[in-house]
Design a protein around this ligand. Structure first.
Ligand code: UDP
Length: 369
C-alpha cells in the first residue's frame, strides 16, 4: 500500500498491545495512538514510594488457558500472588469467595454437610424457579444470609441499581465452595507480573511506535488516512457517532493515599460490603508483590455514575444496552478495514486473559496462519 502504516491501533491497552506485537512479528508496520499520557490502558501502574500502584483499579491475572499463561510469561515472569479478599460487614470479617471459612464465620457450621443444609433450607423457603436477575440468581445459589450481608449492598453500590435490575451472569463470576479454600479464582494459573504490569505492556509493544496524548476523534480523517486498517479499542458507540444512542457504563473514582505505615490492612483487597460505606473496596497495592517498602499506598474505590468526562470502566450489560450494542455490532461486522476489540469496543465485561485470548483469535483470523 501507499499508506505509512499497515495498522493504526487506537488505544494502547492490552488488546492493542497484543495486536501490535503479533502484527509486528508478521512484518507489519503499526502505529499506536492513545489519548492518555501513558501507554498500557487500565493495567498501567504508577510507581509511588517504590510500590506499583494500580491506577485504574486492581488487576489480578488469572487464566485456565495454558497457552495464554505461557504467552504472558514469555514477556514477563509472574509471581505467586493468590487473591484472597476479606469482606467487612458491620465490623465482622468474612473470607471470600464464599467457602467453608465464610460459612463458619456466619453460622459456626464446621462441615460441608452442615453448611449445605443451612444454605439449602434458606433456598427452599424462597421457591425461585428460574433466576431472572442477579438477586434471584444470588439467592438461589447461596441463600438469604449471604445475599443480605455479602452481596446485596456491595452489588447495588457497585452498579448503582437494584440487584433485581442486573443481569444474573455478573454473580456467576464468584465461586461457592464447600472446602476451606480462600482462593478467589478457580483458574489453574494466577499471579502478578514481577516488577508490575508495565513490564508486560512495554515488552508487548517493544519496537512499536506509540504516540501519546492523541485523541483519535479530534482528527479522525487524518489518522485514518495514515494506515491501511484501523484497530479500534475505544467506545464503539462513539466510533459510530452515537447513531443508535449512547451505551452506558459504570465509572469509578479512585482515592489514592500514601500512609506512613508499612502495613495498613494486611491484605491486598478488603471489600466493604455494607451499603452505608460509600466505597466498595480498599486496595493495599504493595501486597500484590509482597512489598517490603517502609510506607504503603492504599486506594479506596468509589463506584460512580458514568458521564462523558469520566472513565468508562464497566459496560452495563442489561437488555437495553445490549440491544443498542447489537446495532453497532452489525455495522462493525460489515467493515473490512476496521477491527474492533477490547472491553469498550466489544462492550463486554472482559478480564485480562479474555482480552488477550480475543486479540490472539483476531490475529489468527486476520493473518490466517
Ligand atoms: N460481589 C459481591 N460481593 C463481593 C464481591 C463481589 O456481591 O464481596 C459481586 C458483585 O455483584 C460484583 C460481582 O460479584 O459486581 C463481581 O465482582 P468482582 O470483584 O469479581 O468484579 P471486578 O470488579 O473485580 O471485576
Amino acid at each position: 500500500t501507499t499508506k505509512t502504516y499497515d495498522y493504526l491501533i487506537v488505544g494502547a491497552g492490552l488488546f492493542g498491545s497484543v495486536f501490535a506485537h503479533e502484527a509486528k512479528q508478521r512484518g507489519k508496520k503499526c502505529l499506536i495512538i492513545d489519548k492518555r499520557s501513558h501507554a498500557g490502558g487500565n493495567v498501567y501502574c504508577e510507581n509511588v514510594e517504590g510500590i506499583n500502584v494500580h491506577k485504574y483499579g486492581a488487576h489480578i491475572f488469572h487464566t485456565n488457558d495454558k497457552h495464554i499463561w505461557e504467552y504472558v510469561n514469555s514477556f514477563v515472569e509472574f509471581n505467586r500472588y493468590t487473591n484472597s479478599p476479606v469482606a467487612v460487614y458491620k465490623d465482622e470479617l468474612y473470607n471470600l469467595p464464599f467457602n467453608m471459612n465464610t460459612f463458619y464465620q456466619l453460622w459456626k457450621v464446621r462441615t460441608p454437610e452442615e453448611a449445605k443444609a443451612k444454605i439449602q433450607s434458606q433456598i427452599d423457603q424462597l421457591n425461585i424457579k428460574e433466576p431472572a436477575n442477579l438477586e434471584e440468581q444470588a439467592l438461589s445459589l447461596v441463600g438469604t444470609d449471604i445475599y443480605e450481608k455479602l452481596i446485596k449492598g456491595y452489588t447495588e453500590k457497585q452498579w448503582g441499581r437494584p440487584a433485581t435490575e442486573l443481569p444474573a451472569f455478573i454473580i456467576k463470576r464468584l465461586p461457592v465452595r464447600f472446602t476451606y479454600d480462600n482462593n478467589y479464582f478457580n483458574d489453574k494459573y494466577q499471579g502478578i507480573p514481577i516488577g508490575g504490569y508495565n513490564k508486560l505492556t512495554e515488552a508487548l509493544t517493544e519496537g512499536v511506535e506509540i504516540k501519546l496524548n492523541v485523541d483519535f476523534f479530534k482528527n479522525r480523517e487524518e489518522w485514518e488516512s495514515q494506515a491501511d486498517t484501523v484497530v479500534f479499542t475505544g467506545n464503539i458507540d462513539q466510533y459510530y457517532n452515537y447513531q443508535f444512542g449512547q451505551l452506558q457504563y459504570r465509572s469509578l473514582n479512585f482515592e489514592h493515599q500514601t500512609l506512613e505505615t508499612d502495613n495498613y490492612q494486611g491484605n491486598a483487597v478488603v471489600n466493604y460490603n455494607e451499603r452505608e460505606v460509600p466505597y466498595t473496596r480498599v486496595i493495599e497495592h504493595k501486597h500484590f508483590e509482597f512489598g517490603t517498602q517502609p510506607k504503603t499506598v492504599i486506594t479506596k474505590e468509589y463506584p460512580q455514575e458514568w458521564t462523558a468526562e469520566k472513565e468508562p470502566y464497566y459496560p452495563i450489560n442489561d437488555t437495553r444496552n445490549n440491544d443498542i450494542y447489537k446495532n453497532y455490532k452489525d455495522l462493525a461486522d460489515q467493515e473490512s478495514k476496521v477491527i474492533f476489540g477490547g472491553r469498550l469496543a466489544e462492550y463486554k465485561y472482559y478480564d485480562m486473559h479474555q482480552i488477550i485470548g480475543s486479540a490472539l483469535k483476531k490475529v489468527k483470523d486476520v493473518f490466517q496462519d
